[in-house]
Design a protein around this ligand. Structure first.
Ligand code: HEM
Length: 88
C-alpha cells in the first residue's frame, strides 16, 4: 500500500531482523523486504543475511546488475541514516 516516506536510523533498522519484519538498507535507502522474501530468486535465507543491516556491499558482490530500486520500489520506507561515529 502507499505510505508516506520517512527516514530510518541505523538503530531503528536493527530492530527489524526477522523474516516477517525484515528491514534492509541498500544504497542509502531503507526497505521492508518481508513482502519480497518469498519472491527472491536466491531464496529467503540469502536475503536474511542482511536483515536489519546495510546490505549494499553484499548485494553488489552477488548481483550488481539487478535493478534493486525498481524491484523494491513498493517496499521503500525512506532514506537510511547510518549512525555517526562519535568524534571524541
Ligand atoms: C538471485 C543473493 C538481495 C534480486 C540471487 C542469487 C543469490 C542472491 C545467491 C542467485 C540465486 C540462484 O540463481 O541460485 C542475495 C543476497 C542478497 C540479495 C545475499 C542480500 C543482500 C536481493 C535483493 C533483490 C534481489 C534486495 C531485489 C531487489 C535477485 C534477483 C535474482 C537474485 C532478481 C535472480 C536474477 C539474477 O541472479 O541475475 N540473489 N540477494 N536480491 N536476486 Fe538476490
Amino acid at each position: 500500500g502507499i505510505s508516506p516516506r520517512r527516514p530510518v536510523t541505523q538503530d531503528e533498522l536493527a530492530l527489524h531482523k526477522t523474516r516477517e519484519d525484515c528491514w534492509i538498507a541498500f544504497a542509502g535507502k531503507a526497505y521492508n523486504c518481508s513482502p519480497y522474501m518469498d519472491f527472491h530468486p536466491g531464496g529467503g535465507d540469502e536475503l536474511m543475511r542482511s536483515a536489519g543491516e546495510d546490505g549494499t556491499e553484499l548485494f553488489q558482490k552477488v548481483h550488481r546488475w539487478v535493478n534493486l530500486e525498481r524491484i523494491l520500489a513498493p517496499c521503500l520506507i525512506g532514506p537510511y541514516r547510518p549512525n555517526v561515529a562519535p568524534s571524541n
